[in-house]
Design a protein around this ligand. Sequence first.
Ligand SMILES: [Zn+2]
Length: 229
Amino acid sequence: MGNLVEYQDWNDEEFKEDKKRAEKEKQGKYLRYGEDGKLRVRFLPPRVGEPRFLEVYEHFYKSDDDKWVKYVCPEKSGDRDCTDCARARKLFATGSEVDKKRAKDFVAKKKIYVNVIDRDDEIFGPKILELKASQKARLFKIRDIKGNFTDPGPRGYDITLTKSGKGFSTEYDAFDNDRSELGDEGWIARQADLREMTTVPTDEELEKMGVPLFEPDTDDEAEAEELYQ
Ligand SMILES: [Zn+2]
């Protein structure tokens, strides 16, 4: 070998970037807030027939055997009875504070999903982001005043999404940026069909997750029958 350096260095700056990238790769198709609580994104215009803001009811809680359970509610986002919705109603009905707190875990929560490009890492292409209701409301105001931010042409613009605070006092907001073009229009074709996120699990899938199958409340039925007579 001569004096020519034929290998690459791996300095701290490069390593920092590599770590950040590895973290984003781990997130897969989802985009999440980094430590600074800021995301600069471009909302992708949905393909014809697909939703711009997908809204779906999801159950998400830690089960008694310490496992996280997450699924689309068969009742609120489907047409079947739902064990956890029934559990929540029953717990709320007892009037006890402890039951009420537990009931909140079992309630299905409305989630909003959108397709975006992460402007800080466009290399990963379209990503799915969970938008908060406060951000959606803000985006409607921005849209009203400034026009369609999802326009891929020069009339569109990026949105900066922010997350601040912690726990119950976490606040989410959205701000507009200067007008700019989307860039790669191929992203539109490559974005996820968000409707796939509304797939209700089958009874078999629910059982696998450890969610007991829905059983009509026999006490209530007996009560109803009594009243009926
Ligand atoms: Zn439910």
